[in-house]
Design a protein around this ligand. Structure first.
Ligand code: HEC
Length: 104
């Protein structure tokens, strides 16, 4: 019974924490370096081989985080992006999203 109570409080604490979790844009800039190789901010073309990639600079942070989570979880399928999202922690995603959403 005691463990159940503790678990309950842990869950509540996590849920209440979530909306407050905001990324650090400066950390995000460092972590987004590889991303920008493809999601380059001008023109949104990958350098080589040249193909069009979606615009992510200036997107809302919430949208970016949920897209990254979907790739990582495998609910959104794309080989390249799944490979890129695979190693990202929740904090990495928040930081990157906070940086990208600040790009105009
Ligand atoms: C090798 C090229 C490449 C790299 C590196 C890359 N991406 Fe992508 N990214 C793509 C492509 C191509 C798509 C479109 C995939 C699709 O249609 O689902 C995409 C899609 C996305 C989307 C969804 C955009 C939308 O409009 O729904 C997000 C968010 C994203 N990438 C973020 C990132 C982040 C953050 C990183 C770095 C951790 C990263 N990408 C690294 C090529 C890349």
């Amino acid at each position: 019974m005691r463990n159940v109570k503790l678990l309950f409080f842990a869950v509540v604490a996590t849920v209440m924490d979530a909306p407050l979790a905001e990324g650090d844009p400066l950390e995000g800039l460092k972590k987004a370096e590889t991303c920008l190789g493809c999601h380059a901010v001008t023109g949104y073309f990958n350098v080589y081989p040249s193909y069009k990639v979606p615009k992510i600079g200036g997107q809302s942070a919430g949208y970016i985080v949920s897209a990254l989570k979907a790739y990582k979880a495998g609910t959104r399928l794309h080989g390249t992006m799944q490979a890129n999202a695979f190693n990202l922690s929740e904090e990495d995603m928040q930081d990157i999203a906070s940086y990208l959403s600040s790009v105009k």
